[in-house]
Design a protein around this ligand. Structure first.
Ligand code: BGP
Length: 472
C-alpha cells in the first residue's frame, strides 16, 4: 500500500533514545553494587573491552542528562542494574544504588524527559546465578521482590516500565551475546529458564497494576519478522516456524498468557518443553501488558531445512542475535538478496520494520513502543571534535519513514527510542561498534579521557524532534 501523504507523527510522540545499565554505566563495583553475571564474565572476543568502565555514565550522569536535554529527547530508555539495588539478588537493599537511579530519574524529569525504565537487561546477579539462576524458581521470587522495591521507589516518578529486555535473545543466543549464567545453570533446559522468566514477568506486571495506579508496563523482546526465501510452500512453513519460535512465543505468552502452539510443537519435537507447575498458566493469564515494546534491527529470511546429506556437504550457517542460524530439521537461514548489510553483517531492512509493526499490531492490538533500532558502525572522531556519521542519519531516516508508513497503515505507535543515546559497549563486539548520537572518547584498549562529542546525527535528530517530523 502506498500512502501519497506521509502520516504525521502524533502530538506527544515519544522521540527517545536507549541505553542499558551494564553497557553504559561502568562503576561496576561502586557504592555497594554487587557483581552481575556480566561483571563476572571472563571471556571476551579478542580486542574487545569488558564492562568495568563502559562509558562511565555512572560518573557522568548529570553531564549525560544535560546532553539528552539539549538533544531534545522526549523519552530516555535505560535499565536499572539489579545488583545496584539488591547486590546479591535477594538479600539486603543498597540505598546508594537506589539513590543513583533517583538522581537519574529526577534529572530526566527536571528536563521534561519521560523515563522508560527497563527492569532487567541481561545482568542477572551472580549470587543468584550461583544458586541456579533462572533454572531455579527461587529466582522468580527474587525478581518479584526486586520489582516491589523498584515500584515502591520509582513508581510515583516512572510511567513506562519494561520488564525483561530481549528475553528471546537470552534464550536463543545467550552465550553468543555474553550472557552466561554459570556452572549451576549448565545443561539446564533454556526453555525451563524461559518459562520461569515468563512467570516472573507476569507477576511483575500484575504487581505493578495492583500497586501503582496509572503506571504502564510491557515486555521488550527483539522482533525480527521472518520472510520465506521463496513462495515454495515448504519455505513458507519454515518462515512460519521461525516466526513462532523467535517472535510469537514471547508475545503470545505476555499478552494472551498461553504458549504459541507452533512454538510448543517445536519444543516438543526437540524434547525441550518446560515443566509447567499448577497455577503457572493462571499467573500468565492474569497479567495484561499496556503496550508492547520491541527492539528491531533486521528481518530474517529462511528456507526449508536441508536434508542431512546436503547439510553434511554444505555445512550449516552460524550467526548472532541478528543473523539467523540454521536449525537442522526446521529451517535454513539464507541471505536476503534484496538487502544491503552493515559493517557487521547485519542486514538493513527499513521496509521490514514497517512489516514488523504491522504483524505485531495485527496480532495483539496494543500500542507499540520501539525500544531499540540503530546502526553499529566504526565512527571516526576528527581532530576538530566532529564525527561525520551521515550513514547513521541515512539509516535512521529510512527507518523513521517506515514508522510513518506504519502509522499510515493504522498502527498505534507510542514512540521511537533508537539504540543508543550515547556510545556504549556492544554485547559482543566491543566499543569500536558505536551506535550513539554522542561519541564517547575511549577505545577498546585505551580509556582516554571519556569526553563526550556530538556527532552529526545529534544535530539531525535534534531538528527532527523539534519539528516532530523528518527534516527535508
Ligand atoms: C540488542 C541488545 C542491546 C544491544 C543491541 C545491539 O540485542 O538489547 O543490549 O547491545 O542489541 O547489539 P550489539 O551490542 O550486539 O551490537
Amino acid at each position: 500500500m502506498h500512502h501519497t501523504q506521509p502520516a504525521p507523527f502524533p502530538e506527544g510522540f515519544l522521540w527517545g533514545a536507549s541505553t542499558s545499565g551494564y553497557q553504559v554505566e561502568g562503576g561496576w563495583d561502586a557504592d555497594g553494587k554487587g557483581r552481575s553475571i556480566v561483571d563476572a564474565r571472563t571471556q571476551f572476543p579478542p580486542g574487545t573491552t569488558d564492562y568495568t568502565v563502559a562509558s562511565d555514565h555512572y560518573h557522568h550522569v548529570d553531564e549525560d542528562v544535560a546532553l539528552f536535554a539539549e538533544l531534545g529527547l522526549k523519552a530516555y530508555r535505560f535499565s536499572v542494574q539489579w545488583t545496584r539495588i539488591v547486590p546479591d539478588g535477594d538479600g539486603a537493599e543498597n540505598p546508594d544504588g537506589i539513590a543513583f537511579y533517583h538522581r537519574l530519574i529526577d534529572g530526566l524529569l527536571a528536563h521534561g524527559i519521560t523515563p522508560v525504565l527497563t527492569m532487567y537487561h541481561f545482568d542477572l546477579p551472580q549470587a543468584l546465578a550461583d544458586k541456579g539462576g533462572w533454572g531455579s524458581r527461587a529466582t522468580v521470587d527474587a525478581f518479584v521482590r526486586y520489582s516491589e522495591i523498584l515500584f515502591r521507589e520509582y513508581g510515583s516518578k516512572v510511567e513506562y516500565w519494561l520488564t525483561i529486555n530481549e528475553q528471546n535473545m537470552m534464550v536463543m543466543f545467550g552465550e553468543l551475546i555474553g550472557i552466561i549464567d554459570g556452572p549451576a545453570n549448565t545443561g539446564v533446559n533454556v526453555y525451563q529458564k524461559n518459562h520461569h522468566m515468563l512467570v516472573a514477568q507476569a507477576r511483575a506486571m500484575e504487581l505493578l497494576h495492583r500497586t501503582v495506579p496509572g503506571a504502564k508496563i510491557g515486555p521488550a523482546p527483539n522482533i525480527a519478522y521472518v520472510y520465506p526465501a521463496s513462495p515454495r510452500p515448504e519455505d513458507v512453513i519454515a518462515a512460519d516456524d521461525l516466526n513462532a519460535v523467535r517472535n510469537w512465543l514471547y508475545l503470545d505468552a505476555a499478552v494472551h498468557g498461553r504458549y504459541n502452539a507452533t512454538a510448543w510443537a517445536y519444543l516438543a519435537a526437540k524434547g525441550l518443553t518446560p515443566d509447567v507447575e499448577d497455577g503457572d498458566l493462571d499467573v500468565l493469564a492474569s497479567a495484561h501488558p499496556d503496550f508492547l515494546a520491541f527492539n528491531y534491527y533486521a528481518t530474517h529470511t529462511v528456507a526449508a531445512p536441508l536434508t542431512d546429506e546436503d547439510r553434511a556437504a554444505q555445512g550449516g550457517r552460524g550467526g548472532d542475535q541478528q543473523i539467523a542460524f540454521d536449525d537442522p530439521g526446521f529451517y535454513r537461514a539464507v541471505d536476503n538478496p534484496f538487502l544491503p548489510k552493515n559493517a557487521f553483517g547485519w542486514e538493513i531492512d527499513p521496509v521490514g520494520f514497517r512489516m514488523t509493526f504491522r504483524a505485531i499490531y495485527d496480532r495483539y492490538h496494543l500500542p507499540l513502543l520501539v525500544t531499540e533500532n540503530g546502526l553499529g558502525a566504526f565512527d571516526q572522531l576528527e581532530p576538530d571534535g566532529t564525527v561525520h556519521d551521515q550513514y547513521r542519519i541515512d539509516y535512521l531516516r529510512d527507518h523513521i519513514a517506515q514508522i510513518q508508513a506504519a502509522i499510515g497503515d493504522g498502527v498505534d505507535v507510542l514512540g521511537y527510542c533508537p539504540w543508543s543515546a550515547i556510545d556504549l559497549v556492544s554485547t559482543h563486539q566491543g566499543i569500536a561498534k558505536r551506535y550513539g548520537f554522542v561519541y564517547v572518547n575511549r577505545d577498546d584498549d585505551d580509556l582516554k579521557d571519556l569526553a563526550r562529542y556530538r556527532k552529526d546525527s545529534f544535530a539531525w535528530y535534534q531538528t527532527l524532534i523539534a519539528g516532530n517530523a523528518l527534516p527535508d
